[in-house]
Design a protein around this ligand. Structure first.
Ligand code: CTP
Ligand code: MG
Length: 184
C-alpha cells in the first residue's frame, strides 16, 4: 500500500477518490459561512466556566443550511456517478459526511471556548481537521462497511494532505469576498 502510493497512476486515482469522497464534508462549512447568522445554537448561554458554550459563530441557520447544502451536493455526486458508471457515495454516506463535518465543527468550538479562544481566533490543527474527525466519526459509527470499502490508506493520506490546503484556500477566498472576517 505504501509502495503503491508512489505509483503515479495509483496515487492520482487515490487523490481523485479522496477529493470525491470529501466533497459532501467540505461543502457544509462554506455554505454555513454564507447562510449563517441569527439564533446561536447555544442560545447565548454560558458554560460553568463563565464563557459561552459555543459562541455566536455557531448558528442554527449555518448548521442546518450547511448540512442540507452538503447533502444536496452529495446527491448530485451520486447522480454523476450513475452517469459515469462508478459508485462511491450513497445517500447514507452523504448524510453522515455532511452532518459529521459540522458536528465536528461544533465540538471544536465547544473546546475552543473552554480554552478561552475567542470566536474566529486561530486554533491550528483543530480548525483544519475538525470536519475530517467529525465526518469520519459519523461514518465509522453508522456505516463502517462503507468506510473500510472506500477509504484505503492512500485515500486517507490524501485527505490528510489536501484538507488543510483546501481549508486555507477557501478561507482566503471567503476573506477576500468579504464573507469571512479573518483569512483562516
Ligand atoms: N457559521 C454558522 N453556523 C455554524 C458554523 C458556521 O453560522 N454552525 C458561520 C458563522 O457566521 C461563522 C462562520 O460561519 O462565523 C465561520 O465559521 P467558523 O470558522 O467555523 O466559525 P468561527 O466564527 O471561526 O467560530 P469559532 O471560533 O467557534 O470556530
Ligand atoms: Mg473559524
Amino acid at each position: 500500500m505504501i509502495v503503491d502510493f508512489f505509483n503515479i497512476d495509483y496515487a492520482a486515482g487515490a487523490l481523485f477518490t479522496a477529493l470525491w469522497i470529501m466533497i459532501p464534508a467540505y461543502v457544509p462549512n462554506p455554505i454555513a459561512v454564507v447562510v449563517g447568522g441569527g439564533t446561536p445554537i447555544d442560545l447565548g448561554k454560558h458554560y460553568r466556566d463563565g464563557r459561552r458554550v459555543l459562541g455566536d459563530g455557531k448558528t442554527y441557520r449555518g448548521l442546518f443550511g450547511g448540512i442540507l447544502g452538503g447533502i444536496l451536493v452529495g446527491i448530485l455526486l451520486i447522480w454523476i456517478e450513475g452517469m459515469l458508471g462508478f459508485s462511491i457515495h450513497t445517500l447514507l454516506s452523504v448524510v453522515l459526511l455532511a452532518s459529521g463535518a459540522l458536528i465536528g465543527d461544533l465540538v471544536k468550538s465547544f473546546f475552543k471556548r473552554r480554552l478561552n479562544k475567542k470566536r474566529g481566533e486561530k486554533w491550528l490543527i483543530a480548525d483544519q481537521y475538525d470536519l475530517v474527525a467529525g465526518a469520519f466519526a459519523m461514518v465509522a459509527l453508522f456505516d463502517l462497511p462503507w468506510l473500510t470499502a472506500h477509504v484505503t490508506l492512500a485515500v486517507a493520506l490524501w485527505i490528510i494532505i489536501a484538507t488543510p490546503l483546501l481549508h486555507r484556500g477557501a478561507n482566503i477566498i471567503g476573506y477576500l469576498a468579504g464573507m469571512k472576517d479573518v483569512p483562516w
